[in-house]
Design a protein around this ligand. Structure first.
Ligand SMILES: [Zn+2]
Length: 193
């Protein structure tokens, strides 16, 4: 009796698994920093936590769509070496990579606000930056020689989501509403890609 039930269960599981889509194209979201690497900070608020929360929101919101699967380079507060991140990226061969960061400058209160995007030296990376810039208040798009941009073979951009030392940006990036809106905009970009 017990054996039959177990067999039925395993047949059911196998049938169920065979219907799980495995051919979805991948997008990698890289939440910068993590663990002892806090990134930018202001008033006890850390870049590493903002980008992780927004990365998870992107993954959650994207789960309601069926075009892409979103993979995170880290899904908790641990540091992942830059070389480990790009090794993972090049192994998974995603359609695109978005590395999330938060800006800061030495001012007590930044007069600068909004997003900045850094690109690879490729048309695809610049096209992706252009698509993102249409959704956000992007102040600057610039080619830059950063590890993740240089080593990732997929179209990759690094997005500075706002200034941690600009009160308006910081409150928006740490609010539930702001994080959900930012996530939704990225998923719109994916669906238009
Ligand atoms: Zn950063």
């Amino acid at each position: 009796m017990k054996g039959t039930r177990l067999l039925a269960l395993s047949i059911f599981s196998a049938a169920f698994l065979s219907f799980t889509p495995v051919n979805k194209k991948l997008i990698i979201i890289d939440a910068g920093h993590g663990g002892n690497d806090m990134g930018a900070n202001k008033n006890g608020i850390y870049e590493k936590n903002i980008v992780l929360n927004i990365g998870k929101e992107i993954q959650k919101f994207n789960n309601t769509q069926d075009k892409y699967e979103v993979i995170l380079t880290r899904d908790n507060d641990t540091y992942s070496q830059l070389t480990d991140r790009t090794t993972l990226i090049n192994k998974l061969n995603p359609e695109m990579v978005i590395s999330l960061h938060v800006n800061s400058n030495p001012k007590a209160e930044a007069t600068e606000e909004g997003q900045e995007i850094y690109t690879q030296n490729t048309e695809d990376s610049k096209k992706l930056a252009d698509k993102i810039s249409k959704k956000f208040n992007v102040q600057k798009i610039e080619e830059k020689n950063l590890h993740i941009l240089r080593e990732s073979k997929a179209p990759t951009v690094l997005v500075e989501l706002g200034f941690i030392n600009n009160t308006k940006d910081r409150e928006y990036m740490t609010s539930e509403k702001g994080q959900k809106e930012i996530a939704q905009k990225f998923v719109e970009v994916f669906n238009e890609y």
